[in-house]
Design a protein around this ligand. Structure first.
Ligand SMILES: O=C(O)CCC(=O)C(=O)O
Ligand SMILES: [Fe+2]
Length: 333
């Protein structure tokens, strides 16, 4: 599992494997096998952005500036574009801070979020009018380029995983993620309050991700992964030129349980006294993909998305009912 080192102020730091994007693009066989190993063992890896064909890191500065100005909109504007009232529910709009359960029992979360749905934004055949602040429309080109690059990178990872898993068809996993077909894939921008572990708002609830792959760029420490053997949470250090990639529940299920959907949360890092911003592309299967649950029941990808997304938004007592907490934590068995 995760090796770790003792960092500043006795905080454990997870040591996460790194892969080269260039080698992945070139089809290097050692990198392909290591990708499978990391996705099986940890469900987390860093992808070093060392190939000019993937334009992601060059956009981070502009994306961070945009994210900061987006969260500077007034509370009234954020409420006007609330995610329960905007577009297809739960794929578009704002959530304000402190409205959901936090990283620790009895505390609320400490982040605001803004969601941009991939399909309404990108796909030519599937264009629902996107209801969004004018500021978002003004950054159309930046957001489109970023999402398109993330989606292509996700497809590359799925292709290499299909190869490493021995499928004859290298699009075995990717076929459920074609561009331009309705899915709940989205770009998620987050702003965490400056907060402390003894305050009323703490980070982000422990969970596994709903979708297939999560591609994360963040400005500060705070994300923690759970190391089951030692039952401890370990901080993940943001790397300058790397994306953090993790496997989500949908890919875990599509791979028959082989790939690990990794448990994580966000918790205030004792050395960080600044807002943490995260830009995350959630790549999820197209909506009518059949997902076989461990008990043999079959759900569509959108049914799975709506069931689990509803749990994030539920109160702590509601989450505790009908195995909801277990679903949030990725205990699908
Ligand atoms: O902001 C982060 O570092 C992680 C957020 C996260 O886990 C999520 O939005 O699913
Ligand atoms: Fe997550």
């Amino acid at each position: 599992m995760f090796n770790y080192t003792l960092g500043a102020m006795d905080t454990f730091e997870a040591s996460i494997g790194t892969l080269s994007c260039n080698k992945l693009l070139e089809g290097d066989s050692g990198t392909t096998s290591r990708l499978l190993q990391l996705c099986k063992d940890d469900g987390f890896l860093y992808l070093q952005l060392d190939d000019p064909r993937i334009e992601i890191d060059t956009l981070w500065k502009d994306l961070e500036d945009f994210t900061i100005s987006l969260f500077s909109l007034t509370e009234e504007e954020k409420t006007q574009y609330h995610f329960t009232q905007t577009g297809r529910p739960s794929t578009s709009g704002f959530k304000l801070a402190g409205k959901e359960t936090g990283a620790v029992k009895g505390k609320k979360d400490a982040y605001e979020i803004y969601l941009i749905p991939y399909n309404e934004w990108m796909a030519t055949e599937y264009q629902l009018p996107l209801v969004c602040p004018e500021l978002v429309q003004r950054h159309r080109s930046l957001l489109s380029t970023y999402m398109r690059n993330c989606h292509e990178l996700g497809l590359l990872i799925l292709e290499r995983l299909s190869t490493a898993m021995g499928y004859e068809d290298t699009s075995e996993l990717g076929q459920h993620h074609q561009s331009g077909v309705a899915s709940t894939s989205s770009l998620s921008l987050l702003k965490y309050l400056v907060h402390r572990s003894d305050g009323p708002n703490i980070g982000h609830v422990p969970h596994t991700d709903i979708g297939s792959l999560t591609l994360l760029h963040t400005t500060q420490s705070g994300l923690q992964v759970f190391d089951a053997p030692t039952k401890s949470w370990m901080f993940v250090k943001p790397q300058n030129n790397s994306l953090l990639i993790n496997v989500g529940d949908s890919l875990h299920l599509l791979s028959g349980g082989l790939l690990k959907s990794s448990l994580h949360r966000v918790y205030p890092h004792p050395d960080v006294q600044a807002n943490k911003y995260s830009c995350i592309y959630f790549m999820r299967p197209i909506e009518d993909t059949s997902i076989t649950m461990p008990d043999g029941s079959i759900l569509t990808s959108s049914e799975w998305h709506n069931r689990k997304f509803g749990l994030f938004a539920a109160s702590e007592p509601q989450q505790a009912k009908d195995g909801g907490k277990g679903i949030l934590l990725g205990q699908l068995y």
